[in-house]
Design a protein around this ligand. Structure first.
Ligand SMILES: NC(=O)c1ccc[n+]([C@@H]2O[C@H](COP(=O)([O-])OP(=O)(O)OC[C@H]3O[C@@H](n4cnc5c(N)ncnc54)[C@H](O)[C@@H]3O)[C@@H](O)[C@H]2O)c1
Length: 271
């Protein structure tokens, strides 16, 4: 039987490919033989990622792409088709939080900054929906394609303080299920839409929130560890396998799933 996990010749476009999780996954997928398109918001970061990617193989392209900007998304989509002729997988890795969309220490819910709240919804929700809609047109034409979204532990359970991001990621879960159903019912079983829900991984965005400068956990970091049966944060490479699985033919009957990659956080009550 063929290797179900073979990614060679698959074209995989990754938004947020200059970040920790999606960026690491993009490199990993290229190492496995995929042709990877690195999409990032800032040109200098995309250039940096591409320089690194070229050390792996020639199977890479890079474009600037702001996932909240329809024109930017449409241009990138057009360029990929012009260069490579098809697209197999879209990974919606761009996302993140903003201080104003959270309830800071000493503040309460009424201090929420609605502008930042909207920006966080735009980045995490529309920044997932808009690229998916653009690329799904190609998936429809091809009769095949795969979308992998990034959810979060904040989608299904309440994380104190994190309002905008939680609302957006809960909607990403819902969109993942909704879009998977719509695609399958209208265009058949070749198009799959799934998500992974990472637990807590250290990135530039959350480092100061979870880890002190001396390497010890902050109070909040310790609370997370207390509710994680593995008693540690995730390591970047621990999302790669789930993404590889979802992108590959091994997941040909998997759609509408949101897979936790969380050291047990989502199943543990903490007691
Ligand atoms: N790190 C974690 O613990 C964790 C947990 C759950 C979910 N996630 C999700 O995983 C994904 C990757 O996060 P990460 O931890 O690697 O963070 P990261 O900050 O390293 O990566 C996020 C990337 O998104 C990019 N980005 C931001 N705004 C953008 C825009 N408008 N257009 C295009 N790109 C934009 C950033 O430049 C950055 O490269 C995000 O969706 C995040 O919400 C992370």
């Amino acid at each position: 039987m063929k290797n179900l996990f073979d990614l060679s010749n698959k074209v995989i476009a990754v938004t947020g490919a200059t970040g920790v999780l999606a960026g690491g996954a993009a490199k990993y997928l290229q190492e496995q033989g995929a042709h990877v398109v690195y999409l990032g918001r800032r040109k200098e970061k995309v250039d940096e990622a591409l320089t690194e990617a070229l050390k792996i193989s020639k199977n890479c392209l890079g474009y600037t792409c702001d996932v909240t900007d329809q024109t930017s998304i449409d241009n990138v989509h057009k360029n990929i088709i012009a260069e490579l002729g098809h697209i197999d997988v879209l990974i919606n890795g761009a996302g993140g939080n903003m201080p104003g969309a959270t309830i800071g220490p000493g503040k309460d819910v009424f201090d929420l900054d609605m502008d930042d709240y909207s920006k966080v919804l735009d980045l995490n929700l529309k920044g997932t929906v808009m690229p998916t809609m653009a690329f799904a047109k190609t998936f429809k034409a091809q009769g095949s394609g795969c979308v992998i979204n990034f959810s979060s532990m904040s989608a299904a359970q309440t994380l104190t303080r994190v309002l905008g991001y939680s609302n957006a990621k809960a909607a990403v879960d819902n969109f993942t299920k909704w879009m998977s159903t719509e695609m399958a019912l209208k265009y058949g079983d070749g198009i799959r839409v799934n998500a992974l829900a990472p637990g807590f991984f250290i990135s530039d965005q959350n480092r100061a929130l979870l880890i002190n400068e001396d390497g010890s956990y902050t109070e909040r970091g310790q609370q997370v560890i207390n509710k994680t049966p593995f008693r540690r944060f995730g390591r970047q490479e621990e999302v790669f396998g789930t993404i590889h699985f979802l992108a590959s033919d091994a997941a040909s009957f998997v759609t509408g799933s949101v897979i936790p990659v969380d050291g047990g956080f989502s199943t543990f009550t903490g007691v």
